[in-house]
Design a protein around this ligand. Structure first.
Ligand code: FES
Length: 83
């Protein structure tokens, strides 16, 4: 299990959910999203530390150091920050 730390808000466990977004959402974090499909960019966060793996190929192009929580899962403990 990987730990997801959302800076300033707390942490939760990633336990096989479909996406990082789903894990955050299930844990009650108020994180932004819209399409859940990698198209809109609303779920963009800054990846401060840790590694993630893409579970779908997003149409939205993230900037360096940023990830789409709807389109990745953590493969190590990660630290992320809302933008
Ligand atoms: S929710 Fe739209 S890109 Fe993630």
């Amino acid at each position: 299990m990987a730990k997801i730390t959302l800076v300033g808000q707390g942490e939760c466990e990633f336990d096989g959910q479909f996406s990082m977004l789903e894990a955050l959402d299930e844990s009650g974090f108020d994180v932004p999203y819209s399409c859940r499909g990698g198209n809109c960019g609303a779920c963009t966060v800054r990846l401060i530390s840790g590694k993630v793996e893409e579970i779908q190929t997003p149409a939205y192009e993230s900037r360096k150091g940023e990830i789409l929580t709807c389109s990745v899962i953590p493969t190590t403990d990660v630290e992320i920050e809302l933008i």
